[in-house]
Design a protein around this ligand. Sequence first.
Ligand SMILES: [Zn+2]
Length: 241
Amino acid sequence: MEVNFLPIVSLREINLSEEQTRVLVIAAHPDDEVLGCGGAMALHRDRGDEVKLLIACEGESLRYGEAGVGQHGHIEAAAAALGVNDWSLLGFNDQTLDTTPQTAIIDALMRATEGYEPNVVYCQSGEDVNSDHLALFRAALVAFRPTAESVRSFLTWYTASSTDWAFPRTFTPDTWVDISEAIDRKIEAMACYESEVRAYPHPRSLESIRAQAQFWGTQACLPFAEVFRTVRRVELPTCAD
Ligand SMILES: [Zn+2]
């Protein structure tokens, strides 16, 4: 029998450690990190974990022209709402990752995380309709393959208006994180992305994001949850006294 249902509802189980954890969040565009794991990021910061956020594309030029919409300010404000101050852009152009050599994306990920040695990696899903998401996921899969010994958990997230718009819709959550303590901060962070928020009932409306978290939560008898699909979890044996 295939077993693919592995509910995990506390960060401790994701961290696999009581100790402070180095968390790495890899997003394709500004706002993906909030949609996917904004609640988890806030909770990691609450427990004293380090959180490094990397955003691959600047997410402005293609849709908003050279003048942009002030996305840097939005990123800064959204990160601050989640208690995160370590963020950086990898400098790729929006909607170009699928035509960028994969090695260039891998190199950028490796350079940006040199010396960081993350224990937990959160990344876009490779099951999304957006081709940047897929390209970034595939690069992260290589950059943080099992030779990256520090990585104990590698999880992919659900992005509203991308994972739900793919076909076939193959994203199957196996991890539910209780974000009841952080749902308001997730919504506050998303509200910072003025150019990305849409009116209800668009999936990127604030009402929909809250409702989605509530829906995911009820699957695990939680008020609000974020869901993830596990790429890899590594449990090391603990030494006996
Ligand atoms: Zn995106």
